[in-house]
Design a protein. Structure first.
Ligand code: IMP
Length: 169
């Protein structure tokens, strides 16, 4: 496995993202929604650097690959909090085709939040579908490689690797 992003580069970038997010939200109350499972480590590191009042919620999704351009995303664990009128920050591990991000966007927009923003650690734009919402905060833009570590899995394994590596498939 080849290293793509070192632990120290991740730490530095998470700090920069947190500073950007702190400037954006000011003193508002925010609901941070961690998308399981891949974003659990990123969310844990990020929220400890956010300095406004927040609560953390967890949402889990599964996606089924049906055909080249039709992925079906389903919610396996939804959030319990009422989002009506709330400021929401979604924390996601990686955007690839964009199907998951598009699904989350429409699923959460239907809950009538005051604002809905996305923070994504990794952006893999090569296979991006049209009409994918742009993340508001992005950690790293990466090439079209399968990556693991720092919460991201390969076949549910390798989430505990502290850096981000390319998983040769
Ligand atoms: P999308 O719907 O095609 O944008 O895919 C997003 C989801 O696929 C992410 O939330 C990840 O769970 C998974 N995924 C996509 N690329 C990778 C990768 O390189 N490593 C680990 N998971 C990935």
């Amino acid at each position: 496995m080849t290293e793509l992003i070192s632990k120290s580069d991740i730490d530095k970038r998470v700090g920069e993202l947190a500073a950007e997010i702190n400037r954006t939200f000011g003193r508002e109350d925010v609901v941070v929604i961690c998308i399981l499972k891949g974003a659990f480590i990123f969310t844990a590191d990020l929220v400890r650097r956010l300095d406004f009042p927040l609560i953390v919620e967890f949402m889990e999704l599964s996606s089924y690959h049906l055909a080249v351009s039709t992925d079906k995303v389903v919610v396996t664990k939804d959030i319990a909090t009422d989002l009506t009128g709330k400021n929401v920050l979604v924390v996601e591990d990686i955007v690839d085709t964009g199907s998951t991000l598009r699904f989350i966007h429409s699923h959460l927009a239907a809950k009538n939040p005051a604002s809905l923003r996305f923070c994504v650690l990794l952006d893999k734009p090569a296979k991006r579908k049209k009409h994918t919402p742009l993340p508001d905060f992005t950690g790293f833009v990466i090439p079209d490689e399968f990556v693991a570590g720092y919460g991201l899995d390969y076949d549910q394994k390798h989430r505990n690797i502290p850096n981000i590596v390319i998983k040769e498939t």
